[in-house]
Design a protein around this ligand. Structure first.
Ligand SMILES: [Fe+2]
Ligand SMILES: [Fe+2]
Length: 208
């Protein structure tokens, strides 16, 4: 291949540079930037709520362990892991964006030793409903701030909350059917042992 004389290349280059439009602010693609401090604080607070939910489910697991309802204890321990995964996903988002993760102080949790299986299902559903409200608020904040990346992350959690609430309403329904039957309760307790326990839970990929 024959090389072009340098003068021709330089001329072509100067022509190109002369004709390239000057970038304007309106036409440029913005580089990845951290989310605003207000949004960062809101995400950090939600991380605390996720970890408090984890803490709460761990307390329930301990109550059922003491009552020898090992299936319920197992099921709530898996739920504990789920909530820690939610918190880790939000932390990963913040660090990916160059934002700061601040682990806030967790509120203490206490549950009565005498809780019935139905109490756990009802308290869990109430906790998930409250969490759904917070997730929706955060989604709305991201959307109104045009923080599309955070909006996308929160859209994942909006969907996740449907599944979270549904797992507790299913549990409530089964307990309603069982009523006061000890055999029914023990059968459900055995069934709950089948919920897979994560060994090392990889973070799921958040997609649209
Ligand atoms: Fe959660
Ligand atoms: Fe949850």
């Amino acid at each position: 291949m024959m090389l072009k004389p340098i003068a021709t290349v330089l001329l072509a280059f100067s022509f190109m540079t002369a004709t390239l439009p000057t970038p304007t602010l309106a036409g440029t693609v913005h580089p990845t930037t951290a989310i605003t401090k207000d949004l960062e604080t809101a995400v950090n607070t939600q991380i605390r709520h996720e970890l408090e939910a984890a803490y709460f489910y761990l307390a329930l697991a301990n109550v059922y362990e003491q009552q020898a309802l090992f299936g319920f204890a197992h099921w709530f321990t898996v739920q504990f892991f789920e909530e820690t995964t939610h918190a880790r996903l939000m932390m990963k988002f913040l660090t990916d964006k160059g934002n700061d993760v601040r682990l806030e102080t967790l509120q203490p949790t206490s549950v009565k030793k005498e809780l019935t299986a139905m109490d756990g299902a009802t308290l869990g559903l109430q906790a998930e409903e409250a969490q759904t409200g917070r997730i929706h608020t955060l989604y709305e904040l991201a959307r109104s701030a045009k923080a599309y990346d955070l909006e996308n992350v929160m859209a994942f959690f909006v969907k996740e909350q449907v599944q979270e609430e549904s797992s507790f309403t299913d549990l409530q329904q089964k307990l309603k059917i069982i009523g006061t039957s000890p055999e029914g309760l023990l059968a459900l307790d055995r069934d709950l042992l089948a919920r897979p326990m994560p060994v090392v839970q990889p973070l799921p990929v958040i997609g649209p």
